[in-house]
Design a binder for this molecule. Structure first.
Ligand code: PLP
Length: 268
């Protein structure tokens, strides 16, 4: 016979994120990445987006107290080894998430400060940037902005490596333990260099730049893979290294589903 519990209980991770109906980014990407990295994925849904490969055409926000209640239910019963946030949509949702993360043990806490989709649709209300800076970043183990997000959060021009480091310092001053300023939007044509900063050391993480228009979900995938490795007990540097390896392979495996930007793949 087959044992009822054959493989034991895997590590668990939680994503607090929005739904992408196209399945390429958002919580759908997070769940797929968690699975491929060996962890059980739980979700606290923040918003339902109407979205396909060409962009976002609608956003329906979940009430802030319902977002917090999902986190509370998951952490209280299932327990999580690490947590990430993606699309948070509004200041009330950010405040509710910050309240519950302050109160509960969510493990290492990765904040991917999602502001807009690659096509430019807003995934965070402009008036929510302040709540992100003052309520959520101080709680973060790691914050993972791309260059446009780092620019929005700091007001600095993040156009080259020195700019990435300067933004990492400014963001670190807001309270997160580690900052990863990603280089995917900086110096096209160069290898993608991400800057990881803990307040003292600056680490540069390199990966070849993959030439493809199908990069939908790249940021989610990196943050989710990193969170999955944190849930398995790796330290931040090693988790980010492996996260970057994962997303590089995922971009190589991207496919053109739909007329626009296809999603990163997870088939290897
Ligand atoms: N939709 C949702 C729900 C997301 O969380 C994100 C990114 O975090 C996106 C869309 C944007 O993905 P991309 O910029 O890769 O298109």
């Amino acid at each position: 016979g087959v044992a009822a519990v054959s493989g034991g209980v895997p590590p668990r991770a939680l994503t607090v994120a929005g739904s992408d109906s196209g399945g390429g980014a958002g919580l759908q990407c997070d769940l797929r990445t968690f699975l491929c990295c060996g962890v059980h994925g739980a979700t606290a849904v923040t918003a339902v987006t109407v979205q396909d490969s060409r962009g976002v055409t609608g956003v329906h926000e979940v009430p802030a107290d319902v977002v917090a209640a999902q986190v509370e239910a998951v952490v209280g019963d299932i327990g999580v080894g690490a947590t990430k946030t993606g699309m948070l949509a509004s200041a009330p949702i950010i405040e509710a998430v910050a309240d519950v993360v302050e109160r509960l043990d969510v493990g290492p806490f990765v904040v991917d400060p999602v502001c807009a989709s690659m096509h430019g649709s807003r995934l965070l209300r402009p008036d929510a940037l302040d709540a992100l800076r003052t309520r959520l970043l101080p709680l973060a183990t790691l914050v993972t902005p791309n260059a446009p997000e780092a620019r929005l959060l700091t007001g600095l021009p993040v156009t080259d490596r020195a700019g990435q480091v300067e933004a990492a310092r400014a963001l670190h001053a807001l309270g997160p333990r580690w900052v990863l300023v990603k280089g995917g939007h900086v110096a096209e044509g160069e290898p993608a260099v991400d800057v990881l900063f803990d307040g003292e050391r600056v680490l540069e993480l390199r990966a070849p730049r993959v030439a493809t228009p199908h990069t939908h979900g790249t940021g989610d995938c990196l943050a989710a893979a990193t969170t999955a490795w944190l849930a398995q007990g790796l330290d931040v540097v090693e988790a980010v290294r492996r996260g970057k390896q994962y997303v590089t392979a995922a971009v190589v495996d991207a496919y053109p589903a739909g007329a626009g930007a296809g999603p990163v793949g997870h088939r290897w």
